[in-house]
Design a protein around this ligand. Structure first.
Ligand SMILES: Cc1cc2nc3c(=O)[nH]c(=O)nc-3n(C[C@H](O)[C@H](O)[C@H](O)COP(=O)(O)OP(=O)(O)OC[C@H]3O[C@@H](n4cnc5c(N)ncnc54)[C@H](O)[C@@H]3O)c2cc1C
Length: 467
């Protein structure tokens, strides 16, 4: 066994999608990288996931697309169903096509490619326990090795990609980084991968992922029905965190019973997890440290998809680390660039979608049935929102919608008010302060909070008016 090395340019914690990409691109640029993972190098058991990922990220990072056994099927688009199942909106967009993957094989491939890129030391079955500080800057990680021994590892920069419940984020001594997230900003999920071995049932709509909005059966979230092949699917639901302890029962009662019509099944995988559904952390970096993926709440708030943003986050963090090490400056001043990339990039889209998510969660099944049946938002408009977090409507479009929504002017007015503030918040995010300047940052936060407050008030007022 090789002797344990203790000094690195970068320590990456967590070999999930975010951490493996961060480690890979930092190593590729010649940095001395240590990757730490709590699980064994097989990465078993696989992350509980819906297994859906868009194609775009593979082109952006110029890495191989899933293929062979790692690829379960190709996805053309998404079908969005009303709660009463009377109507579905089909969304097809070349940029929205994607894959259903075998999550374990996909994760193992990303890990192998990171190690092949030149990661200097990979420690599996190793847990990061705490941060080490040099004055007020993060300067390493306290770890527990497989044999139980506790060791300090030093690094110029730590990249934390250890997932939503990151122990390092919880322990960081920082005014800037939120240690915790609120329950209302996360969704509790349960899903199974169901196989029909005797072909007693066929999976519907093989080229589409289906999403069913239903505030009674999946309060605060949605039901998903994602094909893996003709005789297997990934099916589950997400609900408010208040349903802790009951989510499996909800799944059995509200999802399994409706969609699984035969008892001749094999459950390939079964389990739950928590997905954050809010905009990223206010700051994803501090002196000597950057947070990536779920650890930084970098997840699409509309559907909880976090594979793509964690990979983007990992890539941006690696690029920023390379520059910081070239400049021999690991302070927030230099790492701020990572914040700028995140906030002005997918962060702006996610901030807009976070507002939309809050409004969607406040709608009743009757509102959702009405809105989608009357096409208050068309497939292309939903796609535009989903892709950019933004919606630009002409005066004509608005007048036409006003006509269609004539019997529910309240809903239409709310949607228009939401649209205006989604645009507003996106603009603010795109103007995230380019340089680290705490005064500018605080005033930016204030403006963001004002947008959130306006939407919160609209939701409360609408509820009051309905009473
Ligand atoms: C039920 C469910 C379904 C989902 N479906 C989808 C989907 O279909 N599509 C999609 O894009 N996203 C989906 N997501 C979200 C997506 O899975 C995550 O956003 C994404 O995996 C985040 O990647 P990550 O690398 O940030 O974190 P993770 O994948 O959580 O990786 C973190 C890694 O860190 C390791 N680790 C944790 N603590 C320590 C420690 N102390 N020391 C060392 N290592 C540690 C873990 O073992 C893990 O390997 C889903 C989430 C859930 C819960």
């Amino acid at each position: 066994m090789e002797p344990l090395k203790k000094d690195f340019d970068v320590i990456v914690v967590g070999a999930g999608t975010g951490g493996t990409i961060a480690a890979r691109f930092a190593a590729k640029e010649g940095l001395n990288v240590c990757l730490i993972e709590r699980k064994s190098r097989t990465l078993k058991p696989a992350k509980i996931c819906g297994d859906a990922v868009g194609k775009e990220i593979f082109d952006i990072l110029n890495i191989s697309h899933p293929k062979g056994e790692e690829l379960s099927c190709h996805i053309k688009g998404a079908k969005l169903y009303t709660p009463n199942r009377q109507k579905s909106i089909t969304m097809i967009d070349p940029k929205q096509t994607g894959y259903i993957i075998d999550r374990l094989l996909f994760g193992q491939r990303l890990l192998k490619e990171a190690l092949d890129a030149g990661v200097n030391q990979f420690l599996d079955r190793t847990t990061a326990l705490d941060l080490i500080y040099d004055k007020s800057s993060v300067a390493g990680v306290k770890i527990r090795l497989e044999n139980g021994e506790k060791v300090d590892l030093n690094a110029k920069i730590v990249i934390d990609a250890s997932g939503l419940y990151s122990p390092l984020r919880k322990k960081i001594k920082s005014e800037l980084i939120e240690n915790n997230f609120e329950d209302k900003d996360a969704i509790l999920c349960f899903r199974e991968i169901v196989k029909f071995p005797t072909q007693a049932q066929e999976v519907k709509d093989l080229e589409y992922i289906s999403i069913i909005l239903d505030q009674e059966k999946a309060p605060g979230g949605y039901i998903w029905y994602f094909p893996k092949n003709k005789y297997a699917l990934n099916i589950g639901l997400g609900v408010y965190m208040d349903y802790g302890g009951k989510v499996k029962d909800l799944y059995r009662e509200n999802v399994f019973k409706e969609f699984i019509k035969t008892d001749k099944i094999e459950i390939l995988s079964s389990g739950g997890g928590v997905a954050p559904v809010r905009r990223p952390l206010w700051s994803c970096a501090d002196d000597g440290i950057m947070f990536v993926g779920d650890a930084a709440l970098q997840v699409n708030p509309l559907h909880g998809g976090g594979i793509d943003p964690s990979m983007r986050g990992g890539y941006y963090a690696a690029l920023t680390a390379v520059k910081a090490i070239e400049n021999e400056d690991y302070s927030l001043n230099t790492l701020w660039e990572y914040n700028v990339k995140v906030m002005q990039g997918f962060g702006s889209e996610f901030a807009g979608l976070d507002l939309l998510r809050r409004v969607l969660q406040s709608l009743s099944n009757a509102d959702l049935n009405f809105g989608l049946e009357k096409n208050l938002l068309t497939a292309s408009e939903i796609l535009e929102i989903a892709e950019t977090g933004d919606l630009s409507l002409s005066l004509w479009d608005m007048a036409f919608k006003a006509f269609k929504g004539i019997s529910r002017p309240d809903l239409l007015l709310d949607l228009n008010y939401l649209r205006i503030h989604m645009n507003e918040i996106i603009k603010l995010y795109r103007n995230f302060p380019e340089e680290m300047n705490m005064q500018q940052f605080e005033s930016w936060k204030l403006k963001i909070n004002e947008e959130y407050e306006k939407i919160r008030k609209m939701i409360v007022d609408t509820k009051e008016a309905k009473k």
